[in-house]
Design a protein around this ligand. Structure first.
Ligand SMILES: NC(=O)C1=CN([C@@H]2O[C@H](COP(=O)(O)OP(=O)(O)OC[C@H]3O[C@@H](n4cnc5c(N)ncnc54)[C@H](O)[C@@H]3O)[C@@H](O)[C@H]2O)C=CC1
Ligand SMILES: O=C(O)C(=O)CO
Length: 319
């Protein structure tokens, strides 16, 4: 009898077709309140689960007694309760590497858009306000030759550093759990303490995973340490930042602007004050979301899942 796989996210047709060759597949392209009960029913017999960002905790896992693998279509795995999975003997996998360049492009683009006020100016032109010469109140700040502080010099942090160093002549500071000699050699990056990074950087870019240790890692004290001219970019997870402190920092002008791809609650609440601040550029957690990269991620996730169910070692086991 074929093993059963449940997919709870939209994936390219070719991923579904590949999995259907070897497994019985239940595909929930759009999981919502109307089909959630059906999804829970399917979990009862699932051997593998493929998707992204759904919280996999004790309560959900109780509905999946024969589950052997959870394959995340993401590099971040803060949706998984790893301790609980370990206790149940469930393998977890993720999709590192294939999204580095795409995510770095998005986050660097967000940095540029925030510094040069591109969304504000787009609105200015489209709403017919461009009537004559442009005053200083529309000017942005330079990115090139400035100091970029990267918190989390992992794979994506390094792809951002590459763009900053080679494309924009930026000086790079970084803070990480351990030193990254390869980044020091490749991008002349300087390792420093978090406080040094915060006080010296013109741009602070957060690219760290969300763990209990990094929960609200950047808070009121950290924003106060930053320059009043600093631009804060979060491309990691919203929960790494104390969002109330960020709002206060922007309102009190402790920092100049922020570019955010991620929020404490996603989708972000419609009445979140960040959404009405002209000095904030927002994106809907879209860092890795290009057609090509999402396809690569889904294919890799399918490979991880297939290998685990076939009793082989998947390439990207989370340990
Ligand atoms: N906005 C988006 O669409 C995306 C967001 N992400 C987020 O970016 C994160 C980073 O991704 P990668 O660079 O691929 O991961 P990675 O594992 O290659 O890099 C993370 C770095 O953070 C460091 N680190 C971890 N905990 C730390 C701590 N407590 N203190 C200091 N350093 C610490 C690690 O040593 C590592 O160098 C993901 O976990 C995910 O949350 C990833 C992809 C897309
Ligand atoms: O991969 C991740 O962790 C994301 O946030 C989306 O690609």
């Amino acid at each position: 009898m074929k093993k059963k796989v449940v997919i709870y996210r939209e994936v390219p047709e070719k991923v579904v077709n590949t999995l259907m060759k070897n497994f019985e597949v239940s595909y929930f392209k759009n999981l919502h309140t109307n089909n959630y009960d059906e999804f829970i029913k399917e979990l009862q017999h699932a051997d593998g689960l493929l998707g992204a960002s759904m919280k996999m905790d004790k309560e959900l896992l109780d509905h999946a007694p024969q589950l052997k693998v959870i394959s995340n279509i993401s590099v971040g795995y803060d949706n998984l309760d790893l301790e609980e999975l370990k206790n149940r003997g469930i393998i977890a996998t993720n999709t590192p590497g294939v999204l580095n360049d795409t995510t770095a492009d998005t986050i660097f683009g967000l940095l540029l858009a925030t510094a040069r006020r591109m969304t504000e100016l787009d609105h200015y032109v489209k709403s017919g306000n461009w009537n004559g010469s442009k005053n200083e109140d529309l000017f942005g700040v330079d990115v090139h030759h400035k100091k970029l502080g990267i918190i989390g010099m992992g794979s994506i942090g390094q792809a951002i550093a590459k763009r900053a160093h080679f494309g924009f002549d930026m000086e790079i500071l970084y803070y990480n759990r351990s030193r990254k000699k390869e980044a020091e050699e490749a991008f002349s990056a300087t390792y420093c303490s978090l406080d040094e990074l915060l006080t010296q950087s013109d741009f602070v870019c957060l690219m760290i995973p969300h763990t209990p240790e990094t929960e609200k890692m950047i808070g009121e004290r950290d924003f106060q340490l930053m320059k009043n001219s600093a631009i804060f970019i979060n491309g990691s997870r919203g929960k790494n930042v104390d969002e109330r402190a960020l709002i206060k920092a922007l309102q009190q002008k402790w920092i100049l602007r922020a570019g955010l791809d991620v929020f404490e609650h996603e989708p972000v609440e419609k009445d979140n004050p960040l959404l009405t601040m002209p000095n904030v550029v927002t994106l809907p957690h879209i860092g890795s979301a290009t057609k090509e990269t999402r396809e690569k991620m889904a294919m890799l996730a399918a490979e991880n899942l297939s290998k685990a169910l076939d009793g082989e070692t998947p390439p990207n086991i989370i340990r």
